[in-house]
Write a protein that binds this ligand. Sequence first.
Ligand SMILES: N[C@@H](CCC(=O)N[C@@H](CS)C(=O)NCC(=O)O)C(=O)O
Length: 260
Amino acid sequence: MLELYHFPNAICAHKVRLALSEKQLAWQSRIVDDPQDPAYLRINPNGVVPTLAHKGRLFLESRIISEYLDDAFPAHPLLPASAAGRHAARFWSKQIDDSLHLHIFIITFAAIYRERFLSLSPEAMQRKLAYDPVKRRVTLDLLEDGVDSPWFAAAVRRFRKLVADVEQALAERTWLADEVYSLADTDFTAYFHRLEELGLGYLWNDAPHVTGWVARVMARPSYADGILKWLTPADRAAAAASAPLVAAAARAADTVVDKV
Ligand SMILES: N[C@@H](CCC(=O)N[C@@H](CS)C(=O)NCC(=O)O)C(=O)O
């Protein structure tokens, strides 16, 4: 039996649950309350979700968990058949690990998690701060300045570039990597969902191919199954409450030019 250790509303978990749903796999949900709990750290020493358990082994890292699922369960393939198509799918998803994950963290933290962090005791806050020194610095800056932080402005501009790249790709093919739906589409569904729920859907107002793709991925049963059904009323309310402020800050940030 497949077991997924996850948070209901973590973007990395959205990615894997979308893949599980697209592949029509049965799995057992293991919700992680505290990723720093020693018992969980024995499962995932990085103290993050998701973790997949299968046949007595543990699999870390959302992108390659989804690839593992595709390798282990060939039905309903989620990588294109051609070598070029597989490269294209990996090219998109690699960008998440290279930079987009940090940028979506910046936007989500400024929008939602900052308030929760600020209400923690100093000890609890220390415990939750990332070990990674760069992410720690970014988090401290966001705690200080929220959406006024230059990190927030940089993240918005990174997503503006992503939308332009996706628009160009979708002018040439039906799905992100190829003519077939792939892991690039599952991974980016999670990102576009997060951008939209936090008020940044305006980024693709003038991008008709992106707008069409967003509508198509969100119409797939996997979107409801992998993302929507896991959101609590509190998650939805927090996103809805912050979206207008985030959207206004993002529109302002979009016009700022980085100093060199
Ligand atoms: N590269 C990792 C990143 C994992 C990650 O950062 N997960 C976040 C949620 S998306 C997490 O668990 N953060 C710890 C926390 O929120 O306490 C992956 O893709 O699996």
